[in-house]
Design a protein around this ligand. Sequence first.
Ligand SMILES: NC(=O)c1ccc[n+]([C@@H]2O[C@H](COP(=O)([O-])OP(=O)(O)OC[C@H]3O[C@@H](n4cnc5c(N)ncnc54)[C@H](OP(=O)(O)O)[C@@H]3O)[C@@H](O)[C@H]2O)c1
Length: 270
Amino acid sequence: MRFFEGCTALVTGASSGLGSEFARQLAPLASCIVLVARRNDRLEELAASLHKLHPHLDLRIITTDLSIYDQRCALVDWLADEQIHVDFLVNNAGLGDHGDFASSDWNRIQSMLDVNIHSVTHLTHSLIGGMIVKGRAAILNVSSVAGFFPIPHMAVYAATKAYVTSFSEALGIELRPLGITVTALCPGPVPTEFFETASRPGDEDHKNHFRPPPAFSVSAAEAVKTGLLAVSNDRRRVVPNHLLALTTALALALPFFLLRRILTAKSASF
Ligand SMILES: NC(=O)c1ccc[n+]([C@@H]2O[C@H](COP(=O)([O-])OP(=O)(O)OC[C@H]3O[C@@H](n4cnc5c(N)ncnc54)[C@H](OP(=O)(O)O)[C@@H]3O)[C@@H](O)[C@H]2O)c1
């Protein structure tokens, strides 16, 4: 993956799951990686383990709550002060919420909108100018296969990921002539802390209810590898599981009224 050699990457949500894995897989290639999330102890731990393996890698930690506008601005200002010119932006941080919309907690919905949509859009907008000046850069937005469908009991999450995929596709067309590739990584289930975070208090059983079949699952390592390969091959979107990619393509080929019936039947079983 020569594309990433010597790059300066910024990975959001690097404190766990896919984000930590992005940092691990980029570490042998990148010259600088900026790790962003709220849990500083996790970022410190990751940085220490990566530093042991790659002593020459410039690793930076910046503890940021991406749901907060001022903190995102502070992150961008800090990058400018430190003269860190990001040429690979990984908008990975994200969260879900499983359950009926009517009984959802507004603060959680607000965080989902802020992290999954506003942060992705704001960071991209803030860093794009520097990328255009460089003339060679990449953006990888971690979306989800959930973004292809309206998913009852994950209505807002699926809608935020539909935004991420659509935004990535349109931006990819705008930016390609300027030497910037934009890729949406659309995984199905990946065993991370995601499902635990998406479960509501006292809703333990739901953890298993909304997981698609295990055959659609991939490890974090596989999902990240597929995402990075897709970036280096200038692919606009990728689903990191062949069976899931095929099933998704078939489902999307269905007339919408039929898809709606399937989603309604599935919804009744939750
Ligand atoms: N796991 C799956 O099945 C799956 C499937 C499809 C797509 N995805 C997407 O993959 C991405 C990564 O998720 P994951 O599976 O790795 O889940 P995860 O292990 O729960 O990681 C989520 C990351 O997002 C960060 N984050 C959440 N809220 C944040 C905030 N307000 N400010 C800064 N960082 C925040 C978390 O860091 P802190 O808590 O330390 O802030 C954490 O590092 C997400 O966009 C998710 O939607 C996951």
